[in-house]
Design a protein around this ligand. Structure first.
Ligand SMILES: NC(=O)c1ccc[n+]([C@@H]2O[C@H](COP(=O)([O-])OP(=O)(O)OC[C@H]3O[C@@H](n4cnc5c(N)ncnc54)[C@H](OP(=O)(O)O)[C@@H]3O)[C@@H](O)[C@H]2O)c1
Length: 355
């Protein structure tokens, strides 16, 4: 593996630098300072904080995470936590301009005439004049209206009448208002991202997608890099989130041995005095991606913050052997949309409602 210093100067096919802006190869990198440059020129931290679930804890944990050094907060309209996240940001006392806030548009607000109003709703709840990044949460469009999961009499999701490309163009317009600094996508396939690139004038700044040692998506990650699209890994700890064990989205595979219980990760961690969780997060960062672990437990937040260290080439190679192509987040059947159609790890979902 190239050293962090060498990778800091790697340039993508579009001529944009998307690697670390810090250039030290030390193992004790400064979490606050370590970031990547997006294709907009803005910086995004390598280590961030997820806010899916546990709404009652989010105000305090967001505040704590920021005070301890996190500078990237990931949320979404559909998580129903934007208000708590906004309060947490205020409570932390950290100036807004020092924080990278990312939220996501939900599928019932994809009609072009709804997009700016939906952004306004998020900004109101987050109590901020702008977000640093707005993502389209999934490529599937649901019927417009207040119901986030509009279903017909048989319980099947009702699709919207516009396409994700229409939504993307509306998101492009919102960037001109200053309410949104950058736009990106989440849970898209390669073909769907190509449709956006070919049909609009904006290359997504970010693709937020499931990546962890059990779902490494090497080829897709390389392709995204050639396009200048920065990857943010969601569920970076793999099947750690109980949500995946409770849904039918990933069938039996969510009951595989937890990623962090893989003995090889423990072995690698011992070399560096780090835990398997820290090794998994460092693997993502050493691969040039951001990671957004979620936790509501103080010591875990601290552990995650200390997950930024350089892994040696042989350790990266060992972790590569864990790629089971196991995708845990696949609501294709529920959302009536064949997600990830040209990507790895799409077997094993079951029909079933989770919302
Ligand atoms: N774009 C999308 O469609 C999408 C999908 C899923 C997630 N996301 C984003 O990605 C974030 C992270 O994903 P995720 O929540 O699914 O999974 P995750 O961060 O990989 O795992 C979360 C689970 O790991 C536990 N955990 C965290 N740090 C730990 C540590 N140091 N030691 C032991 N356990 C630890 C948490 O426990 P506690 O909660 O008990 O602390 C929680 O059960 C979300 O919060 C959300 O912001 C986006």
């Amino acid at each position: 593996m190239a050293s962090l210093a060498a990778r800091a100067t790697r340039v993508t096919a579009l001529g944009r630098k998307s690697m670390f802006t810090t250039s030290t190869a030390s193992r004790a990198l400064n979490t606050h300072a370590t970031s990547y440059t997006l294709n907009t020129g803005a910086k995004i931290p390598a280590l961030g904080f997820g806010t899916f679930q546990d709404p009652d804890s989010q105000e305090d944990t967001v505040s704590l995470a920021l005070q301890k050094g996190m500078r990237l907060i990931d949320t979404a309209r559909v998580y129903n936590v934007e208000e708590q996240v906004g309060k947490g940001i205020k409570k932390s006392g950290i100036p807004r301009k020092e924080i990278f806030v990312s939220t996501k548009l939900w599928c019932n607000d994809y009609h072009p005439n709804d997009v700016e109003r939906a952004v306004d709703d998020s900004l109101r709840d987050l109590d901020t004049p702008y977000v640093d990044l707005l993502l389209m949460h999934y490529p599937c469009t649901f019927k417009r209206g207040p119901d986030r999961f509009p279903r017909d009499a048989d319980g099947r999701m009702v699709a919207g009448e516009t396409t994700y490309l229409d939504t993307w163009k509306a998101m492009e317009k919102v960037t001109r208002t200053g309410k949104v600094k950058a736009i990106g996508v989440s849970n898209f396939s390669r073909g769907e991202i190509s449709t956006l690139i070919n049909g609009s004038s904006t290359v997504p700044a970010v693709h937020q997608m499931e990546v962890h040692p059990y779902l490494q998506q090497k080829g897709f990650n390389e392709w995204l890099q050639t396009k200048g699209i920065h990857v943010v890994q969601f569920s970076p700890l793999g099947n750690m989130n109980d949500f995946y064990r409770q849904t039918g989205w990933s069938k039996e595979i969510s009951h595989m041995m937890r990623v962090i219980d893989q003995p090889i990760l423990k072995e690698i961690g011992q070399k560096y005095g780090k835990s398997p969780v820290q090794v998994v997060l460092a693997w993502g960062i050493n691969s040039g991606r951001s990671v957004i672990p979620k936790s509501v437990v103080d010591w875990q937040i601290e552990e995650n913050l200390a997950a930024h260290f350089e892994l040696q080439r042989e350790d990266m190679a060992q972790i590569a052997t864990l790629d089971a192509k196991a995708r845990f987040n696949d609501p294709s059947l529920d959302y009536e949309w064949r997600l990830y159609s040209d990507l790895e790890g799409i077997d094993g979902t079951m029909r079933g409602k989770t919302h």
